[in-house]
Design a protein around this ligand. Structure first.
Ligand code: MGD
Ligand code: MGD
Ligand code: MO
Length: 773
């Protein structure tokens, strides 16, 4: 007899009801209250018993036989030996103890970047950080791949933590719908990326809000190399900018405002500082180059008349400038964020309803939603006694250059000498730039330990792999700060193979290291869920919000909190605008810093004291473009979250011949004899990957777009040709600047050619060779 049951669950891409028959997930139905559910969820049905699952603990053969040490190329190439949990736990505990004793805790790198699962208790990073803190700490990472440059520049310019700026001080949709005349979107605003949000987005409202704004008369301008970066329904004017040149375009706009008497001098004098230092640069008095529209046009690819007309329009009514995260994930990525704030200050509309500047609409779900944000359902991570850290995207630099100094936001720091790397809930061999370089760097540590449900490229490059459960194999709670829901994520199926929860894995290692009590505080997983829930429930009770007791919540499955509504909408910077003396910004001057004495004082050659156009390391105007004539942008994938569930149906169905698709302009294709659907090889001096061409005139000529997410799959023998279409075989691994040291993923020049001959197989999802001891 067939058994059939349903279970609620949540994910970074939404809430679903899972139907399980005879122990298998057979149905995935989106939450009924979600107006635009994400198709990513359909891949959940393929998650649990995928061929890519890790069945039991595994140890790299050479590591098991010879012990820890730099791997000299063996990591990622040698077969694995299956071992028992008892053996694996002993090996991990023993190795951590050895490294700690011989080299100190700072020799352990536990940054462990990645998104892991939406469940707040079984959240990979929280678990591994808590564990490593219990054993004396670890070298950690700061900021994110997503927004590192923004996280560093925004506090200098606007005196706000960037995430705070985004969640609390970015104009919300109801204000935009009511007041904004013109919405100028650098990097566009799609609803593709708003499918996901850290911890979940239960009611997807970015698309509906964009359409509502259009219905109420907002005019949109999409400044982006891809027309599809904005919803077709908003009828945006498309300005197909040359990638990484938005600052030149913004300077051209600023020049028109300044020279045509359209700047708000009052605002600049009373609510901003340093315009008098920026203005001579803008007018060319300091460098002999006035930043006119005619100067900007050949750089950014938008003609001077269009720039001039746009500047005048921006000064005519209520204008909101938005900048996507992608612009700052590029070389000199601090500049567009700084220059956008400068432009908004020149227009004098910061602090007006529906005007000014906003960052990151559409980058993830929930930004701009009229909601009261409620934080506080995370696993406490404890204190890290170790003080060494890196900006997150400097991992390959760190592994390659132990003991070397580097600059970061005014500090001179030193790369630690890492002996042991522990990753849980992230996939660096998906997310890092220039993966062939990381491949070299990754051989250096003595030991790499990875907890993973699947044989990701990172798991394949570990010495010890501990198989973790998926969110569908354990109980958890789904909750995100800017979401109205609390969701019971109920165990739907039995753990696959010998998989264990990360919590159990770390509790057992803690036992061997004598810190079990500190790690568990005497609670089992279910106790923790109730504890976290109760703590959250008490916390919000202080704000007058009530949640049912745990048992009834668990019974109900999905509970909505009354936190959404127009009463949560205020005008960002409204008080500051009204009375800047009484409500100063938290910058040194209390005002918007168009010139920052702090940054100028750092003396960086790649980030001066005011926003400026500096040529990126690679762009279409560089001499290098003669060799590599196409700019590669690598947007986030529509059909998955990063590399997660890449083997699932939603991702697989969008591939062609099992490969990620690259979008290119028909003219660029014709010049290379490429037809729609042809296999292509994309290459530069750093690497090469295979992909399938899709021709579209909705992309700027000279630009190609290959989304991230295809599991890194270099050929095993002979060449390092990546076979699956992962753009990080090609991207540039350099910091945004000495200030932010963020990822420059969107800065890369490439060439592309038709791929002749038989296509090599994609082996990304095949487990590595396994041998017995
Ligand atoms: N479906 C889905 N959604 C996601 C994710 C996912 O994996 N899948 N990941 C999430 C995460 S972690 C993040 S950080 C966000 C990222 O959000 P973003 O950083 O905003 O998004 P991207 O997809 O990287 O880039 C968006 C677009 O920016 C444009 N672009 C690139 N370079 C330039 C430039 O120099 N100038 C201009 N004007 N435009 C440029 C490209 O055309 C690209 O399509 O997305 C989140 N949303
Ligand atoms: N070229 C280029 N590269 C980029 C970007 C770009 O725009 N262009 N964007 C960057 C950005 S913004 C980001 S955020 C990164 C994405 O960074 P990634 O690290 O690639 O993010 P995820 O794919 O979400 O990684 C999560 C990993 O956790 C695993 N996992 C899921 N649940 C669990 C669990 O319960 N336990 C354990 N142990 N593991 C689990 C998943 O299988 C997956 O391997 O990529 C970056 N890379
Ligand atoms: Mo991200």
């Amino acid at each position: 007899m067939t058994t059939r049951q349903t279970f609620t669950t949540s994910s970074h891409w939404g809430a679903y009801t899972l139907t399980v028959e005879d122990g298998r997930i057979v149905g995935v139905d989106p939450f009924a209250g979600d107006p635009e559910p994400s198709a990513i969820g359909q891949s959940i049905a393929d998650a649990v018993d995928s061929e890519a699952r890790v069945t039991q603990p595994m140890v790299r053969k050479g590591w098991l036989e010879n012990g820890p040490g730099p791997a000299g190329g063996a990591r990622g190439r040698e077969p694995f030996v299956p071992v028992s949990w008892e053996t694996a736990t002993d090996l991990v505990a023993g190795e951590i103890a050895r490294v700690r004793e011989a080299h100190g805790n700072q020799a352990i790198y536990g940054g462990s970047y990645g998104w892991a699962s939406a469940g707040r208790f079984h959240h990979g990073q929280s678990q591994v950080h808590r564990f490593l803190n219990c054993i004396g700490g670890y070298t950690y990472s700061v900021k994110s791949y997503s927004t590192a440059a923004a996280q560093v520049i925004v506090p200098h310019v606007l005196g706000l933590n960037f995430l705070d700026m985004m969640w609390h001080h970015t104009p919300r949709w109801p204000l935009i719908a009511e007041h904004t005349d013109l919405f100028v979107m650098f990097g566009g605003i799609g609803s593709k990326n708003a499918q996901v949000s850290m911890g979940g987005v239960t009611r997807h409202s970015t698309g509906p809000w964009l359409k509502e704004c259009r219905r109420r008369g907002v005019d949109f301008v999409n400044v982006s190399p891809l027309a599809s970066d904005t919803l077709a329904e908003v009828d945006a004017q498309w300005l197909p900018v040359v990638p990484n040149t938005d600052v030149a375009l913004m300077l051209g706009l600023a020049h028109v405002l300044e020279t045509e008497g359209l700047t708000d001098r009052e605002f600049l004098a009373t609510r901003a500082t340093g315009y008098e230092k920026f203005r001579p640069y803008l007018l060319g008095e300091t460098d002999g180059t006035p930043k006119t529209p005619e100067w900007a046009a050949p750089i950014c690819g938008i003609d001077a008349e269009t720039i001039r007309a746009l500047a005048r329009r921006m000064a005519q009514g209520c204008t909101l400038i938005s900048v996507s995260w992608s612009l700052q994930r590029a070389h000199h990525g601090e500049q567009p964020y700084w220059m956008a704030a400068t432009l908004a200050a020149m227009l004098g509309q910061i602090g007006l309803p529906g005007g000014g500047v906003g960052y990151g609409y559409g980058a993830i779900g929930g930004i701009g939603t009229p909601i009261k944000r409620l934080d506080g359902m995370t696993l406490p991570q404890g204190q890290n006694p170790v003080g060494t850290f890196i900006p997150v995207a400097r991992i390959a630099d760190m592994l390659l250059n132990p003991g070397e100094p580097f600059d970061y936001d005014g500090k001179r720091l030193t790369y630690p000498d890492i002996r042991l790397v522990y990753w849980c809930g992230g996939n660096p061999f998906h997310h890092h730039q220039d993966l062939n370089r990381l491949e070299q760097a990754w051989q250096r540590p003595e030991t790499v330990i990875v907890n993973e449900p699947w044989w990701t490229p990172t798991a394949k490059r570990a010495d010890i792999v501990l198989p973790a459960t998926t969110p569908y194999e354990r109980n958890d709670i789904g909750r995100a700060g800017s979401d109205a829901f609390v969701i019971a994520m109920k165990q739907a199926v039995q753990p696959f193979g010998q998989a264990r929860d990360d919590y159990t894995i770390f509790a057992d290692i803690s036992e061997k290291l004598g810190v079990r009590a500190a790690f568990t505080e005497g609670r089992d997983a279910q106790d923790w869920l109730e504890h976290l829930y109760d703590r959250f429930r008490q916390g919000i009770a202080a704000e007058g919000l009530t949640l049912p007791p745990f048992e009834s919540f668990w019974e109900q499955g999905i509970v909505e909190l009354p936190v959404e509504g127009d009463e949560h909408v205020d005008v960002p910077f409204g008080d500051f605008r009204k009375d800047p003396a009484a409500h100063p910004l938290k910058t040194p001057s209390g005002k918007v810093e168009i010139f920052s004495q702090t940054i100028a004082g750092f003396g960086y050659d790649d980030c001066p004291g005011h926003p400026a156009w500096m040529e990126p390391a690679e762009w279409l105007g560089a001499p290098l473009a003669k060799t590599w004539p196409l700019h590669l942008v690598s947007p986030q994938p529509a059909t998955k979250l990063h590399s997660q569930l890449d083997f699932g149906r939603t991702s697989a169905n969008a591939k062609v011949q099992g490969r990620e698709v690259v979008t290119m302009h028909p003219d660029d294709a014709a010049a290379r004899g490429i037809a729609n659907g042809d296999a292509v090889r994309i290459f530069n001096a750093r690497g090469a990957c295979l992909s399938i061409a899709r021709l579209s005139d909705a992309i700027r000529p000279g630009v190609v777009a290959l989304p991230t997410g295809a599991w890194f799959d270099p050929a095993r023998e002979g060449s390092s040709l990546e076979r699956h279409g992962n753009p990080n075989a090609l991207s540039l691994d350099t910091g945004t600047s000495k200030l932010g040291q963020g990822s420059s993923a969107h800065t890369a020049l490439v060439e592309l050619e038709r791929f002749e001959g038989p296509l090599p197989p994609v082996e990304a999802f095949a487990p590595p060779p396994v041998v017995s001891r």
